[in-house]
Design a protein around this ligand. Structure first.
Ligand SMILES: [Zn+2]
Length: 326
């Protein structure tokens, strides 16, 4: 179900906030709520960008330009885009990382596989503002959907072709392998789209914040970057920080590597030759700095693939196949 846009008491955004407040008011209920770990393996932080993480859009303007959005913390593009209904975690250096590493997508919590799809083309691509192309193949994502004990549903989209490791009906434990990060479906660069829905199919933003709700669905939402913690519920973090309910600090728009502010909206990644993950951060930093200077004045152009995630989904035709898109 789409993130609702209409106002009123029955507005799902309002209802979601009311639900979150209810959870806070009833500790027993809150304790039963499924909480999620970072839905991929990246123990050294080399595979995924730490920023931007592209979140759920809380701007109630359907059909607005893709640049019009507000994430859980009130941040604009590139921390969201219009009508986005999940959270995107993007691979550093895009296809280079995808091709050279099987980056593991894992269950964010214990659950049961309610849908799984594989076999689709996984090199879909697109530039900022352009339509995603799957080179003539259907824009359909390889994906896994899990249903959790409390009825929450999590979705993992854009997986690599042939990587889906689970089948419908299978029970999976938190941290279990589901597949590898790819770029199948409505995806302009290799990334994991992680979607959370309630029992009724309404989008939930797992991040706590002034635009979402006061309670985080992550096992840990804190730290200098905004990627959630990678420990399953019930597994303590070494520094004994609380497991949930953390409202993120207001760090303001900033992109890893120092390319902050509006210039980061068009940050680019060069699809260069394979590089060991340890140097990817340096390469990204250089590219972001170059990009920032490009915006400020005439500088040499850098061949680059756009760092934009899946195109927004809107309209009935797209909605019908939403479970396998984005
Ligand atoms: Zn997405």
């Amino acid at each position: 179900m789409r993130l609702a846009r209409a106002g009123g008491v029955g507005h799902p955004l309002v209802m979601r906030r009311a639900y979150a407040l209810l959870l806070l008011a009833l500790p027993g209920v809150a304790g039963a709520q499924t909480r999620f770990r970072f839905p991929a393996d990246d123990p050294t932080g080399d595979y995924f960008l730490r920023k931007p993480i592209v979140g759920v859009d809380h701007d109630p303007t359907p059909g607005a330009p893709s640049t019009q959005c507000t994430n859980y913390a009130g941040q604009p593009l590139p921390y969201c885009y219009n009508d986005h209904e999940g959270t995107d975690f993007l691979l550093r250096l895009g296809f280079s990382t995808m091709d050279n590493y099987d980056v593991r997508v894992v269950a964010a919590a214990d659950g049961e596989v309610s849908a799984a799809h594989d076999g689709e083309y996984d090199r879909c691509h697109g530039a900022i503002g352009s339509v995603v192309s799957c080179d003539g193949h259907p824009n359909v994502a390889n994906s896994v959907t899990l249903r959790h004990a409390d009825g929450l549903v999590t979705k993992y989209w854009h997986l690599k072709k042939g990587s889906v490791a689970v089948a419908v009906g299978q029970k999976v434990a938190c941290g279990a392998l589901l597949g590898f990060v790819g770029s199948s479906g409505e995806s302009s660069t290799p990334h994991l789209h992680f979607g959370v829905e309630d029992k009724a199919g309404a989008t939930i933003d797992p991040y706590a914040g002034p635009k979402s709700q006061p309670l985080s669905y992550w096992t840990l939402q804190a730290g200098p970057f905004e990627r959630p913690g990678d420990r399953c519920a019930g597994v303590p973090y070494p520094d004994a920080r609380p497991e949930a309910g953390i409202v993120p600090r207001d760090s303001g728009p900033a992109v890893e590597g120092g390319g902050g502010g509006p210039a980061a909206a068009g940050c680019s990644l060069a699809p260069g030759p394979a590089s060991p993950p340890g140097v990817l951060a340096l390469a990204l930093l250089a590219l972001l700095l170059i990009r920032s200077r490009r915006v400020a004045g005439p500088l040499p152009r850098v061949p680059a693939a756009a760092l934009v995630v899946s195109a927004r989904r809107s309209g009935g035709a797209r909605r019908r196949s939403r479970s396998s898109r984005r």
